[in-house]
Design a binder for this molecule. Structure first.
Ligand SMILES: CC(C)(COP(=O)(O)OP(=O)(O)OC[C@H]1O[C@@H](n2cnc3c(N)ncnc32)[C@H](O)[C@@H]1OP(=O)(O)O)[C@@H](O)C(=O)NCCC(=O)NCCS
Length: 194
């Protein structure tokens, strides 16, 4: 875990996407992408309810406000189309259990025009590699539900393992679904990407 990088901008590039630090100029496009009417809310933890416009606005402001002391590793990066720089989504992570060094990742391609084009898979691949490189964590995972075949396919495609399936744990107005968690161990990731 080095401490030589945090003040520099983080930029991670693949073939389709660039993951980079948030900028003040992202505020307008991000507000638009976070709008409660956008379809991504329908698969992104829909059981928690769609955030209000006010909550979306405050998230957009918080993400795009410059940090005086950026953290290492970053907790979130903007996902952009490598071709033209357009903001299309976000990667993130949070502590599932800080006490036991258990991090959980998040991924959303907010712009629905980009779905199914391989952008999510590449974004999660770059983010996973970055988090393993910037920490000494033994594992990384993400949580989703059986009603999100796209996210499950992303995990499978990257070699994540279905580690948990809580049958019928997501019951709400949208139906009854399983909660699922996909994870990968550091040595598995090294083997697959090395
Ligand atoms: C889920 C999400 C991240 C997937 O990213 P993506 O860029 O659309 O996915 P990719 O193009 O990389 O596709 C990966 C795989 O998922 C499949 N896939 C994508 N969307 C799918 C869908 N709606 N239904 C079934 N399969 C889907 C692709 O066919 C591909 O599978 P393959 O490798 O077998 O061909 C993206 O659609 C998204 O952000 N959706 C809205 C928010 C959300 O649900 N976030 C995740 C919360 S846990």
């Amino acid at each position: 875990m080095g401490h030589d990088w945090p003040v520099d901008d983080v930029v991670l590039e693949g073939e389709k996407v660039r993951l980079r630090d948030w900028r003040p100029g992202d505020l307008r496009p991000l507000r638009d992408l976070l709008d409660p009417t956008r379809p991504w809310h329908e698969t992104n933890g829909p059981y928690f309810g769609t955030p209000t416009a006010a909550a979306a606005d405050s998230t957009a402001r918080e993400l795009t406000t410059p940090k005086t002391e950026p953290v290492d590793p970053r907790t979130s990066l903007a996902v952009c189309d490598l071709k033209d720089g357009r903001l299309i989504g976000r990667v993130s992570w949070y502590w599932e259990s800080r006490q036991t060094d258990w991090r959980r990742m998040g991924l959303a391609i907010y712009d629905e025009r980009y779905w199914g084009g391989g952008y999510g898979t590449e974004a999660l691949r770059l983010w996973t590699t970055y988090l393993f490189a910037r920490t000494d964590t033994l594992r990384l995972d993400f949580a989703t539900f059986s009603g999100n075949p796209g996210m499950i396919a992303v995990g499978r495609r990257l070699g994540f393992v279905e580690e948990g399936r809580f049958r019928r744990a997501r019951r709400w107005a949208g139906g009854v679904h399983d909660a699922v968690v996909y994870g990968v161990l550091r040595e598995e990731w090294d083997r697959m990407t090395g």
